[in-house]
Ligand binder design. Sequence first.
Ligand code: GTP
Ligand code: MG
Length: 526
Amino acid sequence: MDIDEKKMVDIEEEIRSLQLDSADTTEMIAEDNNGVVNAEDESAQHEELEKVDKMEEDSKEEVHNQAVEVEKKVKEKENSALDDEATFEKELPKKRHLNVVFIGHVDAGKSTTGGQILFLSGQVDDRTIQKYEKEAKDKSRESWYMAYIMDTNEEERVKGKTVEVGRAHFETEMTRFTILDAPGHKSYVPNMISGASQADVGVLVISARKGEFETGYERGGQTREHVQLAKTLGVSKLLVVVNKMDDPTVNWSKERYDEIESKMTPFLKASGYNVRKDVQFLPISGLIGTNMKTRVDKSVCSWWGGPCLFEALDATEIPQRDPKGPFRMPIIDKFKDMGTVVMGKVESGSVREGDSMVVMPNKAHVKVLAVFCDEDKVKRAGPGENVRVRLSGVEEEDILSGFVLSSISRPIPSVSEFEAQLQILELLDNAIFTAGYKAVLHIHAVVEECEIVELLQQIDPKTKKPMKRKVLFVKNGAIVVCRVQVNNLICIEKFSDFPQLGRFTLRTEGKTVAVGKVTGLNLSSA
Ligand code: GTP
Ligand code: MG
């Protein structure tokens, strides 16, 4: 989602509406402010008319001011594009950049919390909120208005469920954040995977409302699946936000909060998170905005002495990747725009305007015409940045998502066979896992049919050591080393070299059956 673009469209619409004749305008404004005008109070009618007139004037003035503001922004952007080398060099050390994915069970409050963050960071004005409140009410989804900031398409708003990963930006004192709002519904897990594979930090949203924590946490609930996927996909830190603390069934109860924390902790450990170092719990109300930008007031919650969400996000440390490493950017999307534009997150190295690069695995040699970070054109972008890169030398049709923009001197390997260590989670109908097993492989932006061609070794889950006897099949919960084949060449790395490009999941019929890491590449399979 692009808030700036949306604002522009809204403003354009408003400017257009001002050109209508005044009767229409008055009607529009009166309707827009339905909730504000008290229609029952007859004696106040005259006053109301005055109010409407004033609102009209205010509104005109506001639109004018907004238009001036937009013009100013466009000018600023143009200027910054002119001397962006200097700007980039100046801006680079000032703020770090973090990608944060919001994950968790359906209806936990991910979009509401994401929307509230944008509201609290001053990116959504009261007027827009009022508009969303009205729209949500019309759709009989009163409490969903905050989620509408992130859920921008009609299907999402009507159903109250995120489908596409929403994207937005906000800043705190120390950090520029990109928020990725993943869908919680089990039908959209592949979209969640693509969101999580772009992020370093996860905000796991859990509903504390009676019954909701339980449904999300039970087998088949997405709280579990999302945590396991996030870990595998390289989300190294988790903030577990216990949401809906304002709900009447919770009412900021310490007992409920402690119950959720104590049930989640062993599960997070079992999923591979170091709970002391990499996980932090905190209570919030995404809908009301409590304990988000400022700490919760003692009169609301006497027992919480920890940080609020903004503080916790700002304090999250992630391992810095090497800006001088070989360039790797998995392509998640592409389109035509004065050349071929590819989108993705830089996993290693830096990209500069004018660089020569190669798109793998099809070995297309390309030239970098321009680099965009968020909405801004920049001269260079480093690891962790979500970027759009305009290329010459390759047609848009010749690129697929999962291809990797890569350095020429050290291109990413491409293979059709690799060795991996797999953890079997849950096979369909408790099937057995053996040579010949087929599934869909998800690794960074790659989605490919794959087949297990040989089981090599089973690993003892307790000692983590290989077991002696030969392995022909394994069941749920097993850890096994095996050879995996795909039909098309894919670009991957060994987990030990580039964790982000060497972790994967196997899915069948819409369920995650295993997570794994690449332990060896069969380079002769290229
Ligand atoms: P999906 O995108 O479908 O996975 O859901 P989601 O996690 O994005 O949830 P969403 O933000 O759409 O919110 C679902 C419902 O929970 C809405 O009715 C929200 O108003 C409600 N909700 C979210 N946060 C809170 C909260 O802090 N307190 C209360 N009381 N309700 C909340
Ligand atoms: Mg949502």
